[in-house]
Design a binder for this molecule. Structure first.
Ligand code: ACM
Ligand code: ZN
Length: 525
């Protein structure tokens, strides 16, 4: 009796240890542990088809700081990468035995994902546990957004942000490029956008108080920065090598003070604009009555399309107050002439026109959920942020939707329940790792509506994030929860995730040279 209890205990112990001995995030569909370990050495070589050489090189570069040597790509070797067309495009298998490692992917992209998994398994002594992993993502759109409008991040920093996405097997970089506080993309036809619109004369210090301007203090230092078209091509190419699509966002008709300061004739009042020096929602927006506005938008987008090959082009549409339109003769004339009921329908008119233009140029429109106000066509993709229910409604209506509700997906929100005590100044709303993980993109939808959910996204707004170290510490580790929901929605298990995350992520991030927040790892909630 006693022996059998001991045996049972030993077996349970072994099972629990084994169940946790290989940590992979996102949690793969299938994982079978083998016996023994493979060992990388300076002599290990990867054999890869020509189209897989670049992913192989990137992998070799990624693990070099961990193992201390650079493995080569050669004709013969013990690590092999191949495309297997019987697999789905994003599906892969990774088989590690003591003798070799074999990766099969439905496409080069899938092989890249397998290599990200392998990267998580390589120990500093070069060993990799024998294992068979199979995986494919639940969602097609697995995104991360960076707000380069409120604060400018250098080309190198943007590339590091892309590295972060790649490491988490995310495949979309949503790049927010224009704001009230700065226009960040060079447009050749409108040089003032960057000469004037990319620079604010100063920045508010600390938390902005919108209720009482006399309480705000400013730093007196001009702030600016923008991406040249050459920078943008470089970044788009860098992302593409990592199988990440860049979706640009030119936010309109609101959040346009960068453009209005540069070309005041595009606003309803036509004068008196400056690039904003503080945060909030500007009442000054593009005039939707003037034809010149649409000419400007189309000319800007024409250059955007040359730079970004993505099918989806994000045109913002969020937070557009209607005060100016209500008092603007041109906007009111447009409302009358087009038989619109009100200013919400004017916004709808604006978006329909831009969408029609994008369609004529072979692209599709994506916008924040406010673009549904006043009506939106079924072909538009809705990015639900104000509340998940907006996305749910849109999906029911037949629109395609990306779920990025702020309550789960705004990675600039606080990481502890006492941010005032523990964290730098920022939004005080608390978004724990658990709360990110809780995101259920299909919540309250019928199975036949699921196909309208393209995926999910984590967003990093940067009003209060002025430098890249801070940015990393907001995105990491919570980006890991975004990745797991995007890949492993159908097998989500927070307790299991928490164990894996605590064991895996600090080393993974450290090895990759990323800074990350410690709160989650120290159980500070
Ligand atoms: C947003 O957070 N204004 C999209
Ligand atoms: Zn107007």
């Amino acid at each position: 009796m006693r022996n059998s209890i001991l045996l049972l205990f030993a077996a349970l112990f072994a099972a629990s240890v084994r169940a946790q001995s290989i940590d992979i995030i996102p949690r793969p569909q299938a994982l079978t542990e083998g016996k023994g370990t493979f060992r990388f050495s300076a002599k290990t070589a990867i054999v890869a088809d020509p189209e897989l050489r670049r992913p192989a090189e990137l992998f070799a570069a990624d693990i070099q700081p961990v193992v201390g040597y650079r493995i080569s790509i050669a004709e013969k070797g013990t690590v092999s990468l191949s495309v297997d067309n019987t697999l789905e495009a994003e599906e892969y298998s990774l088989a590690v035995t003591p003798k070799n490692i074999r990766i099969l992917g439905g496409s080069p992209r899938a092989v890249f994902y397998a290599l990200q998994t392998l990267r998580q398994l390589v120990a500093p002594d070069g060993t990799v546990p024998a294992v068979i992993v199979r995986d494919k993502p639940c969602f097609a759109h697995r995104g991360g957004m960076l707000d380069s409008g409120r604060h400018y991040f250098s080309v190198e920093e943007v590339k590091r942000f892309i590295d972060m996405l790649a490491m988490h097997k995310l495949n979309v970089f949503h790049w927010h490029l224009s704001e009230d506080q700065g226009w960040r993309i060079e447009i050749r036809r409108y040089p003032r956008l960057t000469e004037v619109g990319s620079i604010r004369k100063q920045t508010v210090i600390g938390r902005y108080d919108k209720s009482d301007e006399s309480r705000n203090r400013y730093d007196g230092t001009p702030y600016g920065g923008f991406y040249t078209q050459a920078d943008i091509r470089e970044i788009v190419a860098y992302a593409a090598e990592r199988y990440i699509e860049v979706i640009p966002e030119i936010d309109m008709p609101g959040h346009m003070l960068g453009a209005l300061a540069s070309y005041p004739q595009l606003g309803c009042r036509g004068e008196g604009y400056e690039v904003w020096t503080h945060w909030g929602i500007s009442k000054d927006v593009l005039c939707a009555g003037k034809e010149a506005t649409f000419e400007f938008v189309e000319n800007v987008l024409a250059e955007v399309l040359e730079l970004f090959p993505s099918k989806l082009i994000h045109v913002g549409g969020d937070e557009c107050p209607k005060e100016r339109w209500k008092e603007c003769p041109a906007c009111q004339k447009r409302i009358r002439e087009e038989g619109l009921k009100n200013e919400n329908e004017l916004q709808s008119y604006f978006m329909h026109r831009v969408e029609k233009w994008l369609h004529q140029h072979g692209r599709e429109l994506i916008g924040w959920d406010e673009i549904m106000q006043g009506g939106i066509s079924q072909s538009a993709v809705i990015m639900a942020w104000t509340d998940q229910v907006r996305g749910t409604d849109a999906a029911r209506n037949g629109n395609r939707v990306i779920m990025t509700p702020k309550w789960n997906c705004y990675l600039d929100y606080a990481q502890t329940s006492e941010p005032e005590k523990l964290e730098p100044i920022g939004p005080t709303r608390y978004l724990s790792m658990r709360q990110v993980y809780r995101l259920d993109p299909y919540d309250r939808l019928k199975p036949k509506e699921y196909e309208n959910i393209l995926g999910i996204q984590g967003n990093v707004w940067t009003e209060y994030i002025a430098d890249f170290e801070h940015l990393q510490k907001m995105a990491l580790p919570r980006m890991a929860a975004i990745a797991e929901v995007a890949w492993a929605y159908d097998r989500k298990d927070y307790d299991d995730f928490e164990i894996r995350a605590k064991r895996l992520l600090p080393t993974l991030y450290k090895n990759a040279g990323f800074k990350f927040a410690r709160f989650f790892f120290l159980n500070i909630e």
